[in-house]
Design a protein around this ligand. Structure first.
Ligand SMILES: *Cc1c(COP(=O)(O)O)cnc(C)c1O
Length: 415
């Protein structure tokens, strides 16, 4: 068998994440990457410096197999390069990745790279509050028209893309936070492809990716992550990532990243790199825990419904789930009959799960979206998206599910 490094053998993702992109001989033989905290890099000759700058500025292309010399750490650094290489196999069909110092930095850089002046951006709602503010408070005043579409309606997103004036971006967050409503990535990508010039289709894959949902195989152009969540998995760092099938998309974003100065720092790259080989282990455990707990709790009289992929009753949602998700994931939302009182009582009495925003960590967390993560939405938007007073979002960790279930049941008893 050929050595994995020469690229002649296709390794499966769980192997590739541990073998590609890192050459121990460049880290004094260390079995795991070292941390390179230098801000600047020494050139072998003045000519090498000239060539590195010409490549960095896109004046010349590196030769086949040439690794461009490092220059300065805002442009790139060894830990970012290792992390980006190792992240690629985790995202099915991806060929290139770029890392950012938060999920918002990845989203902002994507928008500032691909939003054309006087264009429009079609996006699904509800979605992450930070992304919503970025569109309303920054892009719209700059002359980019935002066109919201309620998540889950395939006909509505098709109509919105077809009728949009000069759409440059279609932005899909699926499943939608916190109601888990799914949007058909394949249909949206097909309609976008029929538009000329074609808008770029971007999917925020934070909730189910990279393990359970693969947007690049469904026609999306760019996948974005808050790596703060499942990718890093321990609620101890903030990071973001972008992955694409077409390397030119990532190269464009990297050239913006150099201007914006929002590359992920070496220490954070090193930490995140160490978490990648366990992403699928953690996510599988979290999904199994969440599914068993959600399906067990759903019959409780205090609960109106639980928003979770295996508990969908709408036929269109069931169809989309079957078409684009391998497993249901580690997050669900409970809608309590008793409104805010019931939701707050539940949160107050949890002993294992903690009352905090964010998700995807190995420890279970729960929050009240209406008064926290989604408090920036108007009353009308909240009602339309079914984010009621009784809704609690739960991110399930890797604890023993019997202890978690007892914790949730105990807190529900107090209502
Ligand atoms: C957390 C989150 C973000 C923002 O990521 P940060 O790392 O906090 O900047 C974006 N999208 C989704 C779906 C998120 O959950």
């Amino acid at each position: 068998m050929a050595h994995p490094k020469d690229g002649s053998v296709t390794l499966r993702p769980r192997t590739a994440v541990l073998t590609r992109g890192f050459d121990p001989s460049l880290s004094f033989g260390s079995a795991r990457p070292a941390v390179f905290r230098s801000s600047t890099y020494v050139f072998a000759t003045p000519e090498a410096a000239e060539r590195a700058f010409a490549i960095a500025h896109g004046k010349i292309a590196p030769e086949e197999g040439e690794r461009a010399d490092l220059i300065y750490s805002r442009i790139s650094h060894p830990n970012a390069e290792i992390l980006e290489d190792q992240m690629v196999p985790l995202e099915t069909a991806a060929r290139e990745a770029a890392v950012f110092n938060s999920g918002m930095a990845a989203i902002m850089t994507a928008f500032f790279t691909f939003a054309e002046p006087a264009s429009s951006i079609v996006y699904t709602v509800p979605f992450y509050g930070g992304t919503m503010r970025l569109i309303h408070e920054f892009l719209e005043p700059f002359g980019v028209t935002g066109i919201p579409v309620l998540a889950g309606s395939t006909a509505a997103i098709e109509r919105a893309i077809r009728s949009a004036r000069n759409p440059s971006i279609v932005f899909i967050e699926t499943p939608a936070n916190p109601t888990m409503v799914m949007t058909d990535i394949r249909r949206a990508s097909e309609v976008a492809a029929g538009h000329s010039p074609k808008p770029i289709v971007i999917v925020d894959n934070t909730f189910l990716g990279p393990t359970f949902q693969h947007p690049l195989t469904l026609g999306a152009d760019l996948v974005l992550y808050s790596a703060t969540k499942y990718l890093s998995g321990f609620s101890d760092m903030v990071a973001g990532a972008a992955l694409a099938k077409d390397p030119a998309i990532i190269h464009k974003m990297r050239s913006r990243r150099i201007m914006f100065g929002n590359i992920l720092q070496p220490d954070e790259c090193w930490m995140l790199d160490g978490r990648l080989p366990t992403v699928s282990l953690r996510m599988n455990r979290q999904s199994k825990n969440a599914q068993r707990i959600a399906e067990h709790l759903v019959s409780k009289p205090q609960i109106r419904r639980i928003h979770y992929p295996t508990l969908f009753d709408d036929a269109e949602q069931v169809r989309i789930r079957a078409a684009q998700c391998d497993y249901p994931g580690g997050t669900f939302s409970i809608d309590f009959h008793g409104g805010r009182d019931a939701a707050f009582t539940f949160l107050r009495h949890l002993k294992i799960a903690r009352n905090a925003v964010s998700l995807g960590g190995v420890e279970s967390l729960a929050c009240h979206p209406r008064t926290t993560t989604h408090s920036g939405m108007t009353q009308e938007e909240l009602e339309q998206a079914h984010i009621g007073e009784g809704l609690v979002r739960v991110s399930v960790g890797i604890e023993d599910r019997r202890d978690l279930l007892a914790d949730f049941e105990g807190a529900i008893e107090k209502i």
